[in-house]
Design a protein around this ligand. Structure first.
Ligand SMILES: [Fe+2]
Length: 324
């Protein structure tokens, strides 16, 4: 098992020509508000979304033109090798966040875990997270390196991170962030986006239908258009633009083959949990629940009570505390 508890590594002057990133951003506009599992069932016509836009550039079935700039970045890849003392780095995801005018933080969180045989496609997120927090499935965990790259310096917009563990105060990367990248273990280390300016009107809300794209007025700025109206417009360098990169990590090819061959089924998960629950003297058991009833609230509550997720010390208030 790769041990991953070191503080992240900061790289400077990461992208040779930031103009390449601007062109990548332009080619892949428009950008849509962050949705996903934080906000299921949001009303499409209610202004409930912060101006936090997110698009994928690379995932299993997608690789947009020019994304190789991040996907195969040599220094970032080498930093991941060094961080994990690992030979095999398999980059698989690149996505971009564009944010403005958010006067509270993002959620303080660790990134969603994946295990060999178990991921979002076949396992409820609460169960994946509980598997992580239980510490019972480390040998099946897919170790993932994360790089976060920032395009520019904006008002606020720092990153809080907890390299010393959730029970110690956070560090903050803020100011002088332009063209830096932080490479480390965002699946084991809590982190949180700090509030993003401008702050003059608090958090400006748009509907889930809003889009961020280059303005059409010839100004060269970028505009947020919501149901036909421009709700916000500013030069690109006043948006907090960050590009996330994720890669699977294996000590060497032998370990990669071995670990990929060892996959978890739901009955495996139930059996491993039940053995531990019995040892702990807890009343709940997975085997009393049909595998189709993994969303049963009483099961979720009982299991979460045994394996609580840490709450990081000194986390900021989140926009999702209020709207979700
Ligand atoms: Fe994250």
């Amino acid at each position: 098992m790769i041990h991953y508890s070191n503080p992240p590594v900061l790289l400077r002057d990461v992208i040779e020509d930031v103009g390449d990133v601007v062109r990548l951003l332009e080619r892949n506009a428009p950008y849509t508000p962050l949705g996903g599992w934080y906000r299921p069932g949001a009303d499409l016509d209610e202004p409930t979304s912060a101006m936090w836009f997110q698009n994928d550039w690379v995932h299993a079935d997608l690789r947009v033109e020019g994304s190789e700039l991040f996907l195969f970045h040599e220094r970032v890849t080498q930093a991941a090798r060094d961080f994990y003392d690992a030979e095999v780095i398999v980059p698989h995801s690149v996505y971009v966040n564009c944010m403005a005018a958010i006067d509270k933080g993002g959620p303080a969180h660790t990134d969603n875990p994946r295990f060999h045989g178990r991921d979002r496609s076949n396992t409820p997120m609460w169960l994946l997270r509980t598997m992580l927090w239980s510490g019972l499935f480390d040998r099946y965990a897919i170790v993932q390196a994360t790089s976060i790259w920032w395009m520019n310096d904006v008002e606020g917009g720092g990153l809080l991170y907890w390299p010393d563990g959730p029970d110690q105060p956070p560090h903050e990367h803020v100011g002088d962030m332009a063209n830096t990248a932080l490479i480390g273990d965002n699946h084991g280390m809590f982190h949180q986006v700090a509030p993003v300016g401008p702050f003059d009107q608090g958090t400006r809300l748009v509907t889930p239908r809003a889009e961020l794209a280059p303005a059409v007025d010839g100004s060269g700025e970028w505009a947020v258009t919501d149901r036909g109206e421009v709700r916000y417009q500013a030069p690109l360098d006043q948006y907090r633009v960050s590009v996330l990169w994720k890669a699977d990590v294996y000590r060497n090819e032998e370990e990669q083959l071995q670990r990929m061959a060892e996959t978890l089924s739901i009955p495996d998960v139930a059996r491993i949990f039940d053995r531990d629950l019995e040892e702990k003297g807890a009343d709940v058991r997975f085997d009393r629940f049909d595998v189709d009833r993994l969303e049963d609230p009483s099961l979720i509550a009982a299991v979460n009570a045994v394996y609580p997720e840490a709450v990081p010390l000194g986390k900021r208030q989140s926009i999702f505390d209020a709207v979700s």
